[in-house]
Design a protein around this ligand. Structure first.
Ligand SMILES: Nc1ncnc2c1ncn2[C@@H]1O[C@H](COP(=O)(O)OP(=O)(O)OP(=O)(O)O)[C@@H](O)[C@H]1O
Ligand SMILES: O=C(O)c1ccc[n+]([C@@H]2O[C@H](COP(=O)([O-])O)[C@@H](O)[C@H]2O)c1
Length: 200
């Protein structure tokens, strides 16, 4: 992976927030901070995607998205990374396999907004992802219901933790997931782009 790969120590817990970050915004910061606190994460790595496999239009250049995200994040526990570009991966299942091989003594937790849970069953090898890492789903305005009714939520209902046990998530053997309610953040990259606040 080369120099510049993020550090995590033996036994530490790293939350992975994959996204287009086109651009990064306060909603990303909010859910990351909340995940760190409530799941007891040591680090959160933002995986700035080379391009979401399900999105038709390509995002702004990677370097620009990474730079804007770094300018936004102040918390030293949050690392903005271009790991997927370095690994040459786009699909989350593949990224996770590579990261687990590269960091065998680290526990990874996958983080995502509740809108993504609604589509999660369309991701490549999504069942394998669930079987590989604990997953935390963070509430997003307009997308609270997926946590109850999404096909992935139904399929893995038995593996869902009660929200008050969120701190135990990282120590659970997958499949294990939790839906976290939190003060909702209305921000979205598409709204920022629509208002002309970011050009691709
Ligand atoms: N306001 C928010 N509240 C909760 N989760 C969010 C919020 N914004 C983004 N996320 C989550 O962060 C991850 C990365 O999001 P992404 O970079 O696609 O931003 P986005 O605002 O969803 O972009 P777009 O509007 O272009 O779809 C996804 O899992 C998404 O669900
Ligand atoms: O692996 C897949 O099939 C897959 C399909 C859609 C999205 N993802 C990942 O989900 C994360 C969120 O994507 P996005 O574009 O909604 O920010 C990002 O890491 C994508 O690579 C992954």
């Amino acid at each position: 992976m080369g120099p510049g790969a993020p550090f995590a120590g033996r036994g530490q817990v790293v939350g992975l927030l994959g996204g287009s970050f086109d651009p990064a915004h306060a909603g990303h910061v909010r859910i990351t901070r909340e995940a760190i606190r409530r799941l007891g994460l040591d680090w959160a790595w933002w995986l700035v995607s080379p391009g979401n496999p399900l999105k038709r239009e390509g995002p702004a250049p990677m370097a620009r998205r990474v730079a804007a995200a770094r300018a936004l994040v102040r918390d030293p526990r949050v690392k903005v990374t271009d790991l997927e570009a370095r690994l040459g991966t786009r699909y989350t299942a593949e990224t996770l396999a590579r990261l687990r091989a590269r960091y065998p003594h680290v526990t990874f937790v996958w983080l995502m907004g509740s809108d993504n849970l609604g589509q999660f069953h369309l991701w490549r090898d999504w069942r394998r992802i669930m079987a590989t890492v604990p997953v935390a789903v963070l509430a997003r305005p307009g997308a609270r219901l997926p946590s109850r009714f999404a096909p992935a939520a139904r399929a893995f209902r038995a593996a869902q933790l009660n929200e008050r046990d969120a701190r135990a998530l990282a120590g659970r053997r997958p499949p294990a997931w939790v839906a976290l309610d939190l003060p909702l953040s209305p921000h979205s990259s598409s709204a920022i782009r629509a208002k002309g606040g970011w050009r691709r």
